[in-house]
Design a protein around this ligand. Structure first.
Ligand SMILES: C[S@@+](CC[C@H](N)C(=O)[O-])C[C@H]1O[C@@H](n2cnc3c(N)ncnc32)[C@H](O)[C@@H]1O
Length: 263
């Protein structure tokens, strides 16, 4: 049984902190390069989260453009609205990626980072995305494939059990491998695919790796029992990582995949 993350207020704050780390800031810069937003465009950010990318998008489309952030979680929409308050060309709505409440052809472009991996019905979500884009409209989707993780541990079997539990936080922890075919079936043309690595060859307390380690620790404590993971084993996994960090032996890497497609 999988158990999705609860995007409540505490999770919104933790996500925001992780998204302000240099690794994720670099990812956002690449996403913006690939999407290439232009002044005057109407862009939707699906699963807007804390609104960091939407803020950059709003500045790039300028006051003749429009950025709409959509998220199913009210705490996320609240945080994004606060961040975007000084930008009248941006707004945020509560909504569901598989049932977009916008007219056909409403947007020039769409972006969605780390969201569709949470969506169970991808054909429906992509049909909706296709419908709300103008003909020729661009979409940039970025998601993680957790099979790509390389994470040093003193106990590989325990690490595998913890990561197996963590896979349960997503509808599909291996979405990128299927995304090209899903796009094609929904009528999109894939223009470019890139790997965006989250790489920590050594321990940095302010990094994506440190943030995700804490998030996995919390998730496994709450949901590990269903996977046969006891509290002691989870703590031993976490303590091992801190010891490796102290000894200069920490290593973490996972790949995200960015797909640029057109309607
Ligand atoms: C990991 S966060 C990513 C946030 C943001 N896109 C970013 O990269 O900073 C995932 C976000 O997707 C939202 N989300 C997940 N499933 C969704 C769905 N089916 N419809 C709308 N939003 C969804 C969550 O509420 C959460 O804010």
């Amino acid at each position: 049984m999988s158990q999705m993350l609860d995007f409540n207020e505490a999770a919104a704050k933790a996500l925001e902190a992780m998204y302000l780390t240099p690794d994720v800031v670099a990812q956002s810069a690449r996403v913006l390069d690939l999407l290439a937003p232009r002044p005057g465009e109407k862009i939707i950010d699906i699963g807007v989260g804390p609104g960091l990318l939407a803020e950059d998008l709003a500045r790039l489309v300028g006051d003749t453009g429009r950025v709409t952030g959509l998220d199913m979680a009210e705490p996320m929409v609240k945080m994004a609205r606060t961040r975007l308050a000084a930008l009248p060309q941006a707004d945020c709505v509560v909504g569901e990626a598989t049932a977009l409440d916008f007219p056909d052809g409403a947007f020039d472009a769409a972006v969605s980072t780390q969201v569709y991996e949470y969506v169970a019905d991808m054909p429906k979500a992509l049909r909706e995305l296709h419908r709300i884009l103008k003909p020729g409209g661009r979409v940039l989707i970025l998601d993680t494939d957790w099979r790509s993780v390389v994470w040093h541990s003193s106990d590989e079997a325990r690490m595998a059990r913890v990561l197996d539990c963590w896979d349960g936080h997503l509808a599909d922890p291996h979405l990128p491998a299927k995304l090209g075919a899903l796009f094609a079936r929904a009528g999109f043309q894939v223009r470019r695919v890139e790997v965006v690595p989250m790489l920590a060859p050594q321990w940095q307390p302010v990094s994506y790796a440190a943030g995700i380690m804490r998030t996995i620790h919390g998730y496994a404590r709450a949901n590990g029992a269903a996977k046969g993971l006891g509290a002691e084993e989870i703590q031993a996994w976490y303590d091992d990582q801190l010891r490796l960090a102290e000894r200069g032996e920490f290593f973490f890497s996972v790949n995200r995949y960015a797909f640029l497609a057109t309607r």
